[in-house]
Design a protein around this ligand. Structure first.
Ligand SMILES: C[S@@+](CC[C@H](N)C(=O)[O-])C[C@H]1O[C@@H](n2cnc3c(N)ncnc32)[C@H](O)[C@@H]1O
Length: 312
């Protein structure tokens, strides 16, 4: 028996679905964000941090090569992953709800020039999008699934994605394993995450991050501070941005996928394809590979089996 069938965490059952908002000491006021709005505000800085992430690129490249083109990337953002896949000849169709993230993607497309694969991007919400085509593989990378703040939204998005998959097409989603100790503690300490040249050409940007966890609604609120320094290292400007997401326990995922017309094919505890145990240490990753279950094919197979049993 695969281990993901045995994943358990009592903490997951202790939370409600919609969140609500309880103040905790030192916490910011109750955020009522839209993911598009939050990402619009950091789009120009995203590729410096948090979009400097590289851990998943080889994994998704292997999966995309295996599945074939075009790949659907849900929450394509600035094309961090999409342009890497295009670089090895994979065509990518990306959707994203943030106009500003897509504006950066379009600028990057002009900067990178011709690639062996094509990147197409469409502004759309993953809960309700309709493209007139089906894909062998859909990927929801780098925590994008966590921007669905309710279970109803998770189901809507999985339904919409499923309607864009070919029969037996695959869905791959990756996001972090909720860090038990940090959730109990309620927050992380601020930490410098990246330094990069300011996209505006005005010095260096230092990005630091701390996160707040709220058990109610399984909220994780990332507080990202961007601080500009001039050539002498003097601070010239600072902004703070919040990203509100919903963390997801590994044991929530199989019933969610199965209820939305998928079959779990593999559950990895990292991009090295080790098996997911649910005990991964922060910042452990959960990587889910699922296959669309073709309802019509299943029904036809059951009908045929019934006919065969009745001797017709
Ligand atoms: C963490 S970024 C990931 C971007 C890109 N996939 C990457 O790996 O760098 C999450 C992206 O999901 C998008 N997003 C969040 N909620 C969305 C929704 N409901 N529909 C479409 N895109 C959404 C955000 O605008 C953002 O670009």
């Amino acid at each position: 028996m695969r281990r993901w069938h045995r994943l358990r965490s009592p903490a997951a059952n202790a939370t409600n679905d919609e969140g609500g908002c309880k103040r905790i000491a030192g916490a910011s006021p109750c955020p009522t964000p839209t993911a598009a709005g939050q990402y619009d505000l950091i789009a120009e800085l995203y590729d410096g941090y948090p979009g400097n992430y590289l851990d998943d690129v080889v994994f998704f490249a292997e999966e995309a090569k295996r599945a074939g083109s075009p790949v659907l990337e849900v929450g394509v953002g600035t094309g961090r992953l999409a342009f890497c896949l295009a670089g090895i000849g994979i065509d990518v169709v990306g959707i994203d709800s943030s106009a500003e993230m897509l504006r950066v993607l379009e600028r990057k497309r002009r900067q990178v020039g011709d690639l062996p694969g094509r990147v197409e991007a469409v502004q759309a919400d993953m809960r309700s999008f309709k493209l007139d085509r089906r894909f062998p593989l859909a990927i929801v990378a780098f925590r994008t699934f966590l921007y669905l703040l309710t279970k109803a939204d998770q189901r809507k998005a999985l339904g919409a994605i499923g309607r864009h998959l070919q029969p037996e097409g695959r869905l791959i989603m990756s996001f972090f394993v909720p860090p038990k100790e940090l959730i109990e503690r309620g927050r992380t300490e601020p930490q410098e995450m990246a330094r990069f040249a300011s996209p505006g050409g005005d010095g260096e940007v230092v990005a630091s991050d701390w996160a707040e966890f709220r058990a109610r609604g399984q909220r994780v609120i990332s507080h990202i501070a961007y601080e500009w320094r001039d050539a002498d290292g003097e601070k010239t400007r600072r902004i703070e941005r919040e990203l509100v997401a919903r963390y997801v326990y590994p044991e929530e995922v199989p019933p969610l996928l199965e209820g939305c017309g998928y079959r779990v094919v593999a559950a990895y505890g990292g991009f090295d394809r080790t098996e997911l145990t649910g005990q991964e240490q922060a910042p452990g990753e959960q990587v889910w590979v699922a296959e669309r279950v073709d309802g019509d094919a299943n029904r036809r197979a059951a009908e045929n089996a019934g006919r065969a049993r009745r001797g017709r």
